[in-house]
Design a protein around this ligand. Structure first.
Ligand code: ATP
Ligand code: MG
Length: 359
């Protein structure tokens, strides 16, 4: 007999937190959202309880920890020390090692390399002299990124050999950066695995992702890629989850090169935008699977109901809501955000595009 924890704590107040709250509620669990902006937020609005406090407010964290049976995080930039503190009181997902590693692009790529997972060539860049040297070694196009806190393609600059490297480095406004070789990929694929408290693993069908201006626009699943590539991605994300002793979800973003090699891009120890199709498209959605993992329930099955397409609704797409609402079979998910800014993720739609997987 399984006894789920009564209240699931969620660090973060955005759309991922909101969908975690919904999944928890479906299983009869209560939720408590903790974030510096918990009030009037996508997750805070629908949680049973909320605490608006900073992630290093140990008095507020202690009260929160005393109220929840397990804690999970909707984003990787919660201080790893917060997770360590919470882990003394309750089940803490994804865990300190997963956060610490996923917070830094050099750390996550180094772990991948140590596990034998191929990555684009990369260099740690701390000043513009490092950048000049690395660009010479690279001998082609590169992409310079901040090591920490980047999302939706922010904190990145694309560089060619003849560009003004000093200006490129200065534009990032940090001395902790990474230069990666630019990969001319045929596709971007993501992989997702859930890992339970007892260490059992369950992976989802892979997604194929299309980005525009650094922002994910569309995902298609299950990804129509050769079996060998799919199996390699699933093995890689499982190996990473085990190495990090993770509880919850781990997503892996990859590039599939023109000659069908799989290269690690980054990991995210949380639900991932490219798996939102799993809400209607999968036997167990990524959000339900996360709740199952942290509440000590057995992981659910991940069979896919045909082929699915997920489209993000950005601020600039909100004008087409009425016509979308008229489309049969289109599942609309909105995050309850008041202000529709350009590029802001306001919601997404899911639709089954075939009752069979794409061959
Ligand atoms: P997100 O929050 O959307 O996951 P991010 O800001 O963390 O993104 P990345 O995933 O590193 O940043 O990069 C965003 C996108 O930029 C990638 O999905 C890919 O389309 C492109 N990109 C990043 N790195 C490379 C690379 N080395 N070669 C080619 N394209 C790249
Ligand atoms: Mg990314």
């Amino acid at each position: 007999m399984f006894t789920p924890h009564k209240t699931i704590g969620i660090l973060g107040s955005g759309q991922l937190g909101r969908m975690i709250v919904i999944a928890a509620s479906q299983l009869g669990l209560r939720t408590h959202v903790y974030a510096p902006d918990a009030n009037n937020s996508p997750a805070g609005d629908i949680a049973h309880e909320r605490t608006e406090a900073s992630y290093d407010d140990h008095a507020a964290l202690a009260l929160f920890a005393g109220n929840v049976g397990a804690v999970t995080s909707e984003f990787e930039n919660v201080p790893a020390s917060t997770m360590t503190f919470l882990a003394q009181h309750c089940v803490a997902s994804p865990g300190q090692a997963a956060l610490h590693t996923a917070q830094h692009r050099i750390r996550e790529k180094s772990l991948a390399r140590d596990l034998g997972i191929k990555t684009p060539r990369f260099w740690h860049i701390t000043d513009s002299a490092d950048l000049t040297k690395a660009m010479t070694e690279l001998g082609g196009d590169g992409i310079l990124k901040t090591c920490q806190l980047g999302y939706d393609g922010k904190g990145q600059v694309r560089l060619s050999e003849n560009d003004d490297l000093e200006a490129g480095f200065a534009s990032l406004n940090t001395n902790d950066a990474i230069l990666e070789e630019m990969i001319p990929f045929q596709a971007e694929a993501s992989f997702l695995v859930a890992r339970a408290i007892d260490g059992s693993l369950s992976s989802f069908p892979a997604s194929l992702n299309e980005h525009k201006n650094g922002i994910l626009r569309r995902s298609l699943a299950p990804a129509a890629l050769p079996d060998a590539v799919i199996n390699e991605g699933k093995a890689a994300v499982s190996a990473l989850a085990e190495a990090l002793d993770l509880v919850g979800l781990l997503a892996l973003e990859t590039f599939v090169t023109e000659d069908s090699r799989l290269l690690f891009n980054e990991i995210a120890p949380r639900p991932h935008n490219s798996f939102h199709w799993s809400i209607e498209g999968c036997e167990t959605s990524q959000f339900t699977q996360l709740i199952r993992a942290v509440a000590g329930l057995p992981l659910g099955g991940t069979s896919c109901y045909g082929t699915w397409q997920m489209d993000n609704l950005l601020g600039e797409d909100m004008g087409s809501l009425e016509s979308l609402a008229n489309k049969a079979g289109l599942h609309i998910h909105l995050y309850g955000k008041a202000e529709a800014k350009t590029g802001r993720k306001m919601g997404h739609t899911n639709q089954q595009i075939s009752s069979k997987p794409i061959a």
